[in-house]
Design a protein around this ligand. Sequence first.
Ligand SMILES: Nc1nc2c(c(=O)[nH]1)N[C@H]1C(S)=C(S)[C@@H](COP(=O)(O)OP(=O)(O)OC[C@H]3O[C@@H](n4cnc5c(=O)[nH]c(N)nc54)[C@H](O)[C@@H]3O)O[C@H]1N2
Ligand SMILES: Nc1nc2c(c(=O)[nH]1)N[C@H]1C(S)=C(S)[C@@H](COP(=O)(O)OP(=O)(O)OC[C@H]3O[C@@H](n4cnc5c(=O)[nH]c(N)nc54)[C@H](O)[C@@H]3O)O[C@H]1N2
Ligand SMILES: [Mo]
Length: 862
Amino acid sequence: MSINRRNLFKLGTAAGLLPAGAVFAAPAGKNLTAAATETAAEAASGIKTLKGGVTMGAPLPGISELDLSKTFEPGKSVLNDGVVMNASHWGIGRVHVKGGRIERIEPFEKDHAPSMQLQGIAQQPYNRARIRYPMVRESYLKKGWKAGGEGRGKEPFVRVSWETAAKLVADELKRVRETYGPTAIYGGSYGWMSPGAVGNARNLLQRVLNLNGGFTGGIGDYSTGCAQVILPYVIGSNGVYEQVTSWNLITDRTELIVLWGADPTITNDIDWATTVHENAEGFRRVKEAGIKVVAVNPLKPDTAEFFGDAARWIAPRPGTDVAMMLAMAYELETSGKADREFIRKYTVGYDKFRPYLLGETDGVKKTPEWAEGVCGVKAADIRWLVNEMQTKRTMLMGGWGIQRAQHGEQVHWMMVVLSAMLGQIGLPGGGFGFTYHYSNGGAATSEAPALPGISANPRGGSSGLKWEGASLVSIPLARFTECFLNPGKTIDHNGTKITYPDIRLVFWSGGNPFAQQEDTNGLLKAWKKPETTIVCDSMWTASARHADIVLPACTSLERNDITAVGSYSNLGYVAMHQAILPQYESKSDYEIYRLIAREMGFEKDYTEGLDEMGWVKRFYDAAKLEAAQGGYEMPAFEDFWKAGWVWFPVLSDSEHYNYFGDFRKNPIVNPLGTASGKIEIFSEKVASYGYDDCPGHPTWMEPTEWLGGKIAKDYPFALLTSKSRYRLHSQLDSTESHNFTDVEDREPVWMHPDAAKKLGVATGDVVKVESRRGKVLAGVIVTERVRPDTVVIRHGAWYDPEKQGEVGTLDVHGCDNVLTIDIPSSKLANGNVANSSQVRIEKFTGELPRVRVWEQPRTVRG
Ligand SMILES: Nc1nc2c(c(=O)[nH]1)N[C@H]1C(S)=C(S)[C@@H](COP(=O)(O)OP(=O)(O)OC[C@H]3O[C@@H](n4cnc5c(=O)[nH]c(N)nc54)[C@H](O)[C@@H]3O)O[C@H]1N2
Ligand SMILES: Nc1nc2c(c(=O)[nH]1)N[C@H]1C(S)=C(S)[C@@H](COP(=O)(O)OP(=O)(O)OC[C@H]3O[C@@H](n4cnc5c(=O)[nH]c(N)nc54)[C@H](O)[C@@H]3O)O[C@H]1N2
Ligand SMILES: [Mo]
């Protein structure tokens, strides 16, 4: 997910002319309490403006009492009473500490829509599911790796000292490397660990693994597994981690927004870095401007609710959008409304796609009537939508859940092709954008330098990229289960062949494989195979419960760090002050891996002679130097640390950024990065791979499981695993956040009244939901906001098996991935297909098993 935005806006000095106040015109968050607003106003009053329009906050109340020399000593930086700054994926907050305990987190005054989850975050350090001590599985402690994997998830844990834990890990990393070579260590370790340039759980782990000689890593991610692989062939860049047309152009020029498989109200709650939720403001402005909205989604998204009457909801069957879009393309082509001029000037391959559309290659005309039979949307509605899009300046905002599907590569490819046929790409406010729902794509960018971060490769410097682990072998991330079970197997991937290594040791840090990976029972089977499994986390997630060695990381409220603000907007930097001492015996990730590095004899290479505060200062000073070269003054580190934040003015041209504008102006001077330099409706390269599941142009292919398939007879409901507004994947599940949504402590399953009637259930009942892979309990919520043949279980409830460690047992809590299918999207991307599963449902009448996964696991004395 490395984001290349640095080259987008190079304005130079003009930005320095902006009045400093202009940047802060946005109102403070709506949800602030009266008391919080006062504090915020107070804090805002001491704002200082520096050269170039850079601003910084007033010193935090009470911060002067901090002996700054002490903050450079781990464990001594905390206040007993006072207010410090911290930041999370959900936003920035002032942390109020009293008597050494966190009282509350007050949202930051620049936040446009403070997240309700800040309170859940405040509870995290004291959480009942907190991992308190280093722990080892009972028989593993006795027999080491010879204990075998069968007892994982079943046996109790034994508390050990940090010395024992670090030695066990170090010895095992050495043994496996010496016996099988470093590729026998799986260190892909995908996950949404906390933000922070230093406490990057994954890079720190990989730093140690690299010093140990390397590891097997992962390619791609779960977010955009398909889109990020196909779009470079189509538009020459990944399309999913880039800046898109600015809100000013949208509100000035756009007449229609189509939210295709996107729910920005939910998914913009978080950012890979931290956030001030600019897009909440963007969508508010869209609403004020009275712009029409259409949401295409089997589930009526929260965003459509937000727009009320201005929004129309169209609900196709899950996984059938490509058929629907093909019909729209057919309509454009046959009515003569396709933009021939755009197609001729800016695209290649339409001549190869057109015969498919017209049914000349496969005998099937892709008419709206044909599509109706596939996607369940009335032909008249398909015609209506394409006519609206053709006659109005339209921005197609595509989400990503829709490509977490079998043949998911086709979806964003077809969105681009449809946009090209409409001819609006590169016109102000028209075309497509695939980040309006994620990390506030479209929000204006500042010229703050990219904040460096700790490198996964100590010898490779600190580039600040997310996935920079120099793995020796890389497998498609979502295929790790298959890899564990099939060493030596060769698969196709994006025009290459990959042979799975023989994994003997698995080490995860800052991710939750038992929540992220499809088909939990398949994972459980594979997870028993390696000789050793190690998990480093703050919470007793299902993954930690299935580890041999468990390392307790502290939360980001218990350590010092620094983060940039906004993955795309990059508005400035925020200090992440340690608010409280690490609870129990937890330690920061930096310290944990330092202990292991010391045990392995390469501590110096690991630390480069710096402690955590040393790194924070090094990264800040590097940014400060780069800023100075661009004409911006940043305060001295100590002053920044007392104030808690520094902000850069946004660039005026970025406020009017027009995605593909340069390409449209002159495609010869500004070609795309594709083979032809143009938009590729047909890709010779993709076609040359000869994959039956990913041909040379967008194609409708039936998935294995869908409403139109044979399976629907026995498993009549399509299952969507859309994102939850109450969690970030599995994070916060054990906090009060779950009380906002759960039914009888179970994760809800949303179903239509017709479905509920057929099943004889009502809101508040518990049902058993079952797929060909597994079964879960879930709590019924009856709602008109979902198709009658589709149900929704939000992603991320913690897996809580009735019979621990047993493949196929009932999950009593409602973990979505117990139900999902684990097959690759296609040979091209090998992406996960989280939204391509069918389920059946029946009322659960037995005695309700207690949800135990939020509590401490069983422990025994060693
Ligand atoms: N069915 C289905 N499956 C999906 C998805 C879906 O939509 N449907 N979505 C997919 C997507 S897009 C993604 S990105 C993945 C997400 O998968 P993950 O990123 O693995 O999910 P998280 O729950 O965010 O896991 C992060 C873990 O890091 C821990 N953590 C937090 N901070 C720290 C820290 O500072 N140090 C350490 N050591 N640990 C920390 C948290 O406690 C948590 O257990 O899931 C994927 N899986
Ligand atoms: N609150 C919150 N925000 C998050 C996250 C979170 O866990 N919680 N996760 C973050 C991460 S890591 C990522 S990658 C992004 C993900 O962002 P997305 O992938 O866009 O989020 P999803 O909810 O998986 O999917 C978006 C919408 O697509 C719809 N959808 C699913 N299948 C289909 C289909 O076949 N057709 C159509 N038309 N629509 C479909 C879903 O109902 C959902 O409303 O979100 C980020 N934001
Ligand atoms: Mo993601």
